[in-house]
Ligand binder design. Structure first.
Ligand code: PSV
Ligand code: MN
Length: 399
């Protein structure tokens, strides 16, 4: 992208009435969290394909998150997952994140990896297992306090595979009791984000299946409890932007896990399958009077180069956000009030079909990041250096 392409676009947008200075200021302020777990090894249930130069511990995952930030300029925080990122000394982790020029994103407790959670964690019929799960949640709050994190992002794998396996009401009672107990411990500095998912690993009923079940519990807990929308966690065809609007109106939209899917919870690069849906979501997020919630990427890159995939994801978010900021809200309202169906739709399409790449490249340059992040990454030798360092030495694994 060249300066002249930017100037040309800027002139055209300004002539069309856009407040470019205000839009550019919002683009500079965009804050995206990338997930520590998105940089390390991952796979499907059929296999894992280790990548050359992949990070071996949380410190190396932070190095890669910092590379994403340097290249894109808007990925300033790193979300953490425990115990995947567990280490002895969280002071050391906090310093490493700060030294990398990043801030601490949401803390993600993990209540799905331990064999004890086979029949559930905080909904398990066994009180001992529930107590163990609550202890982990308690520890995550403490880690959050040490790291000065501002949120805990909870996803439950809890659910049942067969009708009759357990009782819906009993499970909901256990869920409510446990989350109320955890909520009582929350310091004012942290929020609780409740993620929902309609299937997997449970295949009959998950205990937080949809936005309604998450919203109900968030409302019963209090102001610090909110709903988190993961784009891979809905049935096919569900209108996610309408859910976003509803939860936002209830004052309970806490955050996002961005990814994209074609079939199920595919965890593909955000915007890679359905960029139009992503844009419609940003149209809701940028409506008058709304403030952006926490924006986190939650992806698993299996066949594509992981760092490139993360950088591409941030760029896709930058572009989608920029397009939403271009929507002519006055024209949209006028069309809606006039009952002019296609005029309203076309206002959205005009923004969606604008090639904003010169604008997002310009903003990245202003932020000291790269106009062309993928080309810059490929030309920088970053990956070759990481392969040389990480694949040739053995280190004491810290997390
Ligand atoms: C579950 O599918 C999920 O979306 C949760 O957010 C987990 O923390 C994450 O994926 C693990 O990759
Ligand atoms: Mn998620």
């Amino acid at each position: 992208m060249t300066d002249s392409e930017y100037r040309h676009l800027a002139e055209r947008l300004t002539a069309a009435g856009a407040d470019l200075a205000a839009i550019e200021s919002k683009l500079r302020d965009l804050q995206i969290e990338t997930p520590s777990w998105g940089y390390g090894d991952s796979g499907t249930r059929f296999g894992v394909f280790p990548q050359a130069g992949r990070p071996r511990d949380v410190f190396e995952r932070i190095e890669d998150a910092a590379a994403t930030q340097r290249l894109t300029g808007n990925a300033s925080a790193v979300a953490l997952h425990f115990p995947w990122d567990q280490i002895e000394d969280y002071g050391e982790l906090k310093a490493a994140i700060a030294n990398a020029g990043l801030s601490v994103g949401a803390i993600n407790p993990n209540l799905f990896g331990d064999p004890d959670y086979k029949l559930g964690s905080i909904t398990n019929p066994d009180a001992g297992v529930r107590a163990k799960a609550l202890e982990h949640l308690h520890q995550c709050l403490q880690i959050g306090t040490t790291l000065e994190a501002t949120g805990q992002s909870l996803w439950l794998a809890d659910g049942t595979n067969y009708a009759g396996q357990d009782d819906f009401s009993a499970r909901r009672d256990r869920l409510e009791e446990s989350l109320h107990a955890w909520y009582q411990e929350f310091p004012v500095e942290q929020e609780m984000y409740i993620e929902y998912k309609f299937f997997e690993p449970a295949f009959y009923a998950t205990d937080l299946a949809d936005w309604g079940s998450a919203l109900l519990i968030a409302q019963s807990l209090g102001d610090q409890a909110k709903v988190l929308v993961d784009l891979g966690h809905h049935a096919q065809g569900v209108n996610i932007e309408q859910i976003v609007n509803l939860v936002q109106r209830a004052g309970k939209l806490g955050g996002f896990h961005f990814n994209n899917r074609k079939y199920a919870d595919d965890d593909l690069i955000v915007g890679s399958v359905n960029p139009l849906e992503l844009f419609f979501i940003f149209v809701e997020l940028t409506a008058a009077g709304k403030t952006l919630p926490r924006l986190t990427i939650d992806q698993s890159h299996n066949v594509e180069q992981k760092l490139e995939a993360m950088v591409r994801s941030v760029m896709n978010l930058q572009e989608s956000y920029a397009k939403a900021l271009l929507v002519d809200r006055a024209a949209l309202l006028a069309a809606q009030e006039a009952g002019d169906v296609l005029a309203g739709h076309e206002v959205l399409l005009d923004a969606f079909n604008t090639d904003v790449r010169p604008l997002t490249a310009h903003i990245r340059t202003e932020l000291g990041a790269a106009a062309n992040p993928i080309a810059e990454l490929r030309g920088s030798g970053y990956l070759a250096r990481r392969i040389a360092e990480r694949d040739s030495q053995t280190i004491e694994l810290k997390g």
